[in-house]
Design a protein around this ligand. Structure first.
Ligand code: HEM
Ligand code: HEM
Length: 196
């Protein structure tokens, strides 16, 4: 791509709504925070530090659940699906399937984590003040199974998110389209979703 087309793309590129962009990147930061907390926990033997890091993990995971619920509710009003609808049908189908799988995992993971905590006999509270309903009785065997499922889902999310990020980079560097640009926070007015 030459400089002229790159700069005209920067001006004409369709962009997601700022709220969509904010929700997307805040969700990513929360996932990274939750993972950092749960893995850092392995480095500590002291109970208070482990309890604090697990609380950070649970709260960031619950916030992911809230963010995803908001994203799904606002998807249509914010016109998320219309932004990159100039792409060929096969690319649109592939990205819709990938995004649907990401949403499913983003919903399932925190819910399984919540169930897992309850099955361990621990009530879940948002920020330590808002008690959430208990979804299941204390049950050690069930907790063990849920623990395995939770970790498998986490690896599936990481693998899918990595492919998703690579796909975004492929759009930008190989296809030279505006898909990645559409999700990047930038100053200035939001342009309309016009085919490039
Ligand atoms: C996007 C959200 C989430 C991700 C990516 C995630 C990921 C993970 C991972 C990778 C582990 C395993 C860590 C290890 O092997 O030591 C883990 C453990 C755990 N997670 Fe989550 N989790 C999420 C949300 C939640 C939520 C919302 C809760 C509870 C409300 C939760 C509760 C737990 C518990 C209780 C453990 C077991 C900790 C232990 O005793 O070792 N998770 N999570
Ligand atoms: C844990 C990491 C991530 C998750 C869970 C995630 C999730 C999602 C989801 C669910 C969508 C679909 C929005 C919709 O159509 O409703 C999306 C869109 C998008 N994501 Fe991510 N994402 C992650 C990381 C990244 C990274 C690292 C990049 C860039 C390198 C990226 C770039 C994009 C782009 C460009 C779009 C817009 C696609 C389009 O408009 O067709 N994402 N992301």
């Amino acid at each position: 791509m030459n400089d002229t087309s790159a700069s005209s793309e920067a001006i004409l590129a369709p962009r997601h709504h700022p709220a969509t962009i904010a929700l997307h990147w805040v969700t990513l930061l929360l996932i990274l925070l939750g993972l950092t907390a749960v893995f850092t926990r392995e480095l500590f033997d002291e109970k208070p530090a482990r309890a604090f890091l697990l609380a950070v993990h649970r709260n960031s995971g619950l916030l992911v659940l809230i963010m995803v619920a908001i994203r799904l509710l606002l998807r249509w009003p914010l016109g998320v699906g219309a932004v990159n609808n100039y792409l060929q049908t096969r690319l649109r189908i592939a990205s819709a399937l990938g995004h649907a799988a990401l949403y499913l995992l983003l919903l399932a993971l925190p819910l399984v984590g919540w169930l897992l905590s309850n099955a361990h006999g621990q009530a879940v509270q948002l920020f330590g003040v808002l008690p959430l309903p208990t979804l299941t009785e204390r049950d050690r065997d069930f907790a063990d199974q849920l623990g395995l499922i939770h970790v498998d889902l986490a690896w599936a999310l990481l693998a899918l998110a990595a492919s998703h990020a690579l796909a975004a980079l492929w759009h930008h560097y190989r296809r030279g389209d505006a898909v990645l640009i559409s999700m990047l926070p930038r100053k200035g007015r939001r342009s309309v979703a016009t085919p490039l």
